[in-house]
Design a protein around this ligand. Structure first.
Ligand code: ADP
Ligand code: MG
Length: 254
């Protein structure tokens, strides 16, 4: 049965989507069956994996709001072993619509349970907010990976995220764990980057991944080609480090 992992941090631009796409692709490279579920109305994981808006007829909105079977929304990517459930801008309305619905926190969980046996890993790319969509993701997950940008104010807002995690643990999902904290966009040339790494490590201890993702322009270029980094530029530092991360994630789950 798949391990379900949310990629979450309510701050935008910290590397959630980049990590979802590339960790997903690298896990599939290691022979795992992977499903990415995009629950950000921006749909960046969807386009970053090469899915064109015109080809999406049904998406995660229809699953969460209209109870369409999740299986019907799964699309193949160019990489074998890596599938995606797309999101489109219509998902933006779900946040409001959910507030008046029954069993609103468990809707995604119930949908995922129907296909959980078909995958080894299910990665949920969360939106930059702690609303109903993120709560649905946390309720459906075994654990959470928190990407943190190696910059000033890296830890800002994390107490809010940790509070939300505690609330979900208390009310909906007692077994929800923090899978790991991932430092992203690290720039070894600045003292600041190193300071932030030390700060995050002293706050989260051994929950911080040994793998640190460097700032690498190839990682920023790959999404416009609709490809994960290992299929776009396998020799790049970005590809090397995301492969290393995938190995670390698999090792931690043993
Ligand atoms: P989020 O999903 O948290 O909003 P993204 O993954 O979309 O963050 O990343 C924000 C921007 O930074 C994107 O343009 C992305 O391509 C770029 N980016 C992410 N990680 C890296 C990295 N390690 N090196 C360089 N650019 C990156
Ligand atoms: Mg994103």
């Amino acid at each position: 049965m798949a391990r379900v992992i949310s990629l979450a941090n309510q701050k935008g631009g910290v590397g959630k989507t980049t990590t979802t796409i590339n960790l997903g692709a690298c896990l599939s490279e290691l022979g795992k069956q992977v499903l990415v579920i995009d629950i950000d109305p921006q749909g960046n994981a969807t386009s970053g994996l090469g899915i064109k808006k015109v080809d999406v007829t049904q998406d995660i909105y229809d699953v969460i709001i209209n109870e369409l079977p999740l299986q019907k929304t799964i699309m193949k990517t160019e990489r074998s072993g890596l599938d995606i459930v797309p999101a489109t801008i219509q998902l933006a309305g779900a946040e409001m619509e959910l507030t008046s619905m029954m069993a609103r926190e468990t809707r995604l969980k119930e949908a995922i349970m129907t296909i959980q046996d078909n995958y080894d890993y299910i990665l949920i790319d969360c939106p930059p907010s702690l609303g109903q969509l993120s709560i649905n993701a946390f309720t459906a997950s075994n654990s959470i990976i928190i990407p943190v940008q190696s910059e000033y104010y890296a830890l800002e807002g994390l107490s809010q995220l940790l509070n939300t995690i505690r609330l979900v643990q208390k009310h909906f999902n007692p077994n929800l764990a923090i899978e790991g904290v991932l430092l992203t966009m690290f720039d070894a040339r600045t003292n600041l980057g190193t300071q932030v790494v030390n700060e995050v490590q002293s706050y989260f201890g051994d929950r911080v991944y040994k793998t640190i993702i460097p700032r690498n322009t190839r990682l920023a270029e790959a999404p416009s080609y609709g490809l994960p980094i290992i299929d776009f530029d396998r020799k790049s530092r970005g590809a090397e480090t995301y492969l290393q991360l995938a190995e670390e994630v698999v090792k931690n789950d043993d």
